[in-house]
Design a protein around this ligand. Structure first.
Ligand code: HEC
Length: 704
């Protein structure tokens, strides 16, 4: 909060300076605060508006002065903390196409503008919005394919991983140069990775649990095991730019193979249906050059001994590889789960000792996995050493840590397990070296497996045999079969875990149980009618009635939860808020949902309530009188008022968000519920104040 206070202090000073400046307009030494028209609009239009406009992934529009001014505080925060635009590679470690990051100067301009209380400047000088392309960004695709059925994503609960099969049925091999993704529910599809399945297995298990697709299984190593080598197909992450593979490269789609999407879906607070549409672009003829995917450590670190003690702050996973031929690096990307903090890749040219870093992510964020294409391919000489290092923080300092207190974490498929690797997409400099490059990568994989095999304690994973038919990469001796001793020990427990009744097979029920998909909460009962005239601040309800949410006379407590229609975090809490209303419906307390957006209309609030299933009083606090009175700073934030209208608790609903964009799979502490329980029991609340994580209150209109 000190941040806001500082900004406010500067604002006062800046306003003072502006007043002085106005009296001496010709003073050359003056430093005007930046204005929207001249300084901020060009930054926002070029870096934010492509996603923050109607129909795109951003949760609200950033197209006009009012749009930006209203969100100024939060924009200041997300650009200073480099959360937006979403771009994770650190500058100076490789140059990439479509870099999204703001320059330090641009960040400073926004900070100064906010500190100066967001002057608009000369409106007529505001630049025109860029011409955004609606529809397919790469032009009309050669083929448009679509998930056969929509997948229902419930309002709340944990994130969902699901594979969707899209049968292609090509009669001959084709060569893909690009895949453009169009989600049907933009708020829920967070990212999707593309794989090809030559085995037909994916189609067989599709829909077996009664819903479209299938849950992760072979994607224990995130799809690598699905069959075809899918290097270079890549994936798509929220807001990701569609682009063609560079340099005439293309990915082979063997005839008869199916496309498999491994999608990560974020419940958004309301039930949605995702039915992804894909635009495929093909090369006219087979490419002259081939690609090879160097993954380090191989197979997402399955054999690298990932075993992180509880509390360990800097667990290191490292690997190195010597290039057997001259090659070019064209694309890079990483994969890890919640404990990973940094990942980096270095190159040491042959005969040199100094290594150069060409990929570095210093704030790994599981939610924004992406692949990055080098602006220019990087030429690497035969004998170059490629090194990677991933660092994991399994202490409670890591705001993403899913365990509180921290627990030992090993390699595994669940989000709460860990994985880790960096993939570098290579193209041999001479196509005649392609075989040698592939062989080198294969040798590295085998060596890694062998290291693990030596460590493994033996024991058969019989169940894995059925699945393992597709696990081509595990076939070390290349005899077309996966024998038990080729299955890394770390994979065995994972497979055994799928089989909860121990009967040797994995049925639909066991799969469903694993998805963690809880049934949607029951609808809450209808709210009681109007309030009688009470004490405290009076607010209008979306239903046109008047309410006095501070008046606790008729009850033991009132719970007031602040929200807006477009704060993604507040919206994601809708199921929990509804559950809370249901759980306490027979108790002497009442839950009020209060909108703090100055522009929200009763109709918009009612529509929002309907979309997110809210029942019970929806109130409007457009001047933020109640919010300010109760000391609220973000949405969602909750206040428990007990009799006498005193504040018994103020803060977060629970700790699922450790910070902005640091969401845990599940909350470990439900502070609001603990507070309510205490008040109802007449006890003192253990933690009366917590820090709520969410969207800053929207700015009020100027002069009001
Ligand atoms: C590539 C698409 C994309 C770009 C470019 C982008 N945003 Fe976002 N922004 C998003 C998405 C998606 C979210 C919702 C994040 C979520 O729900 O986790 C978001 C959320 C936000 C939020 C709400 C805070 C949060 O973390 O949820 C703010 C504020 C914001 N963006 C500001 C900006 C600004 C300012 C810029 C430009 C400097 C920008 N964004 C550029 C996609 C984008």
């Amino acid at each position: 909060m000190s941040h806001v206070r500082v900004a406010f202090g500067v604002a006062v000073t800046a306003a003072f300076l502006v007043a002085v400046d106005a009296a001496h307009p010709a003073d050359p030494a003056r430093s005007d605060p930046p204005t929207f028209a001249a300084d901020v609009a060009p930054i926002v239009f070029a870096n934010c508006s492509s996603c923050h406009r109607p129909g795109e992934v951003g949760p609200f529009s950033l197209l006009t002065y009012e749009d930006v001014r209203k969100r100024a505080k939060m924009i200041d925060r997300v650009v200073s903390e480099k959360l937006m635009p979403p771009w994770h590679p650190v500058e100076g470690h490789g140059e990439f196409a479509d870099e999204l990051a703001l320059t330090p100067r641009e960040i400073e301009t926004i900070e100064k503008w906010v500190a100066a209380d967001m002057p608009e400047g000369d409106r007529s000088k505001t630049p025109a919005l860029p011409k955004f392309i609606d529809g397919w960004q790469l032009g009309e695709p050669d083929l448009v394919v679509k998930m056969a059925k929509g997948y229902p994503v419930q309002a709340g609960g944990p994130d969902i991983y699901r594979n969707f099969v899209i049968p292609l049925g090509f009669k001959e091999d084709r060569w893909l140069t690009a895949i453009e993704v169009r989600p049907s529910a933009r708020a829920v599809l967070h990212h999707t990775l593309f794989f090809l399945d030559e085995s037909g297995e994916a189609q067989k298990i599709d829909g077996q649990d009664g819903k479209p697709g299938f849950r992760k299984m072979l994607n224990a190593t995130e799809g690598q095991l699905l069959g075809a080598d899918t290097a270079g197909l890549g994936g798509w992450a929220v807001g990701g730019m569609a682009r063609h593979l560079p340099g005439g490269l293309a990915r082979k789609v063997p005839k008869g193979s199916d496309l498999v999407l491994q999608s990560h879906l974020h419940p958004s607070g309301k039930a949605e249906v995702e039915q992804t549409v894909l635009g495929l672009h093909f090369a006219k003829q087979p490419p002259k050059r081939s690609m090879a995917n160097l993954q380090m450590p191989p197979l997402f670190g399955v054999a690298a001994g990932l075993d992180i003690p509880a509390g360990e702050k800097a667990f290191k996973l490292a690997d190195s590889f010597e290039l057997p031929v001259d090659a070019e690096a064209v694309m890079v990307g990483g994969h890890a789960h919640l404990l990973c903090q940094t990942m980096q890749l270095w190159i040491t040219p042959p005969g040199k000792t100094e290594r150069e870093s060409i990929f570095f992510i210093d704030h790994w964020d599981f939610d924004w996995q992406n692949q990055y294409q080098y602006a220019d391919a990087i030429a690497l000489k035969k004998g170059s050493k490629v090194e990677v290092e991933l660092l994991y923080d399994n202490s409670s300092d890591n705001k993403h840590n899913p365990n509180d207190p921290p627990q030992r974490v090993r390699w595994g498929e669940e989000t709460t397990d860990e994985m880790g690797s960096i993939s570098l997409l290579l193209v041999p400099a001479k196509e005649s070296d392609a075989g040698e490059l592939q062989a080198g990568i294969r040798r590295q994989r085998i060596a890694s497996m062998a290291r693990n095999a030596r460590k493994a304690a033996g024991g058969a994973g019989g169940l894995f045999d059925g699945i393992a038919k597709q696990v081509k990469q595990l076939d070390i001796n290349n005899d077309g079969k996966i024998s038990k001793d080729e299955i890394p020990a770390q994979l065995r427990p994972m497979v055994a875990r799928l089989d909860s009744n121990g009967d040797g097979d994995i049925d639909a029920k066991e799969l469903a149980a694993l998805t963690g998909e809880e049934p949607a909460p029951d609808a809450a009962p209808a709210a009681a009618a109007d309030e009688t005239a009470g004490s405290g601040i009076k607010l209008a309800g979306a239903d046109g009635k008047s309410y006095w949410p501070q008046d606790t006379r008729a009850r033991v407590a009132n719970v007031v939860i602040f929200t807006t229609v477009d704060c993604p975090i507040a919206n994601a809490y809708a199921p929990e808020i509804n559950q809370l209303i249901t759980d306490y419906k027979d108790k002497p307390l009442r839950v009020y949902l209060v909108h703090v957006d100055p522009d929200v209309t009763p109709e918009a609030a009612a529509k929002h309530a309907k979309e997110y299933g809210y029942v019970g009083p929806i109130l409007l606090d457009p001047k933020q009188e109640l919010a300010k009175k109760l000391g609220i700073s973000v949405t969602p934030e909750a206040v428990v008022l007990k009799s006498g209208s005193s504040t018994a608790y103020r803060g977060r609903i629970d700790d699922q968000w450790g910070d902005l964009q640091k969401k845990k799979p599940a909350p470990t502490k439900r502070d609001l519920r603990l507070a309510i329980e205490a008040v109802l029991a007449g006890k003192t609340i253990a933690t009366a104040k917590t820090k709520a994580i969410g969207c800053d209150l929207p700015e009020l209109p100027k002069g009001k």
